[in-house]
Design a protein around this ligand. Sequence first.
Ligand code: GDP
Ligand code: MG
Length: 177
Amino acid sequence: YGDASQKIDYVFKVVLIGDSAVGKSQILARFARNEFSLDSKATIGVEFQTRTLVIDHKSVKAQIWDTAGQERYRAVTSAYYRGAVGAMLVYDITKRQTFDHIPRWLEELRSHADKNIVIILIGNKSDLEDQRAVPTEDVNEFAQKEGLFFLETSALQATNVESAFMTLLTEIFNIVN
Ligand code: GDP
Ligand code: MG
C-alpha cells in the first residue's frame, strides 16, 4: 500500500459515481486502506484518497474521488469530473432502482467528463446473493452494448475490488502508453 519515497510516473484521477448507499465510499475504503465499515456515514465534503501501485514497472498513483453525498441526478458538479481519466459507475445488486439509474449516470459522464474517459460498471454487494434484484446476465448484455467494463464486487468481503481498480487503471495505462 503505497510507499511515500517512491517516484511517481503517473497520476490518474478516477471518479466514483452512482446512487447513494450503493457502497462507493466502502469500495474506496477497501481499495485505499483495506478497511470496511458497516455503518459508514454519508460522505461529507468532496474528498479523494490515493493509492500508489505498480503497473508494467511504472508507479501509478490512483487519485480516487468520492462524491460528497450529492448523488442526486445533476447535483455532482463539473469540477468533480474535471481531469478524470477513469470512472467507476456503481449500483447495488440488491436494489433494482440503482441499476435503472445507470443510463442517467452515463449521460452525466458523457456531458461533463472527457469523452475518452474509461468507465467500469460495478455491481456492488455481491455478498448479498439471497437479496439479488439485478441478474448478472442482463448487465453483461448492457455493458457489452455500451462498451463498458463490468464486474460485481463486495466491499464487505473484498471480492473483486482490487480487480475492478486494476482493470480500470491498466486500461488507462495502456491508453496513455
Ligand atoms: P455510498 O453512499 O455509495 O458511499 O455507500 P456507502 O459506502 O456509504 O455504503 C452504504 C451502506 O452499504 C453502508 O451501510 C455499507 O456498510 C454498506 N455496504 C457497502 N458495501 C457493501 C458490500 O459490499 N456488502 C454489503 N453487504 N454492504 C455494503
Ligand atoms: Mg459515500
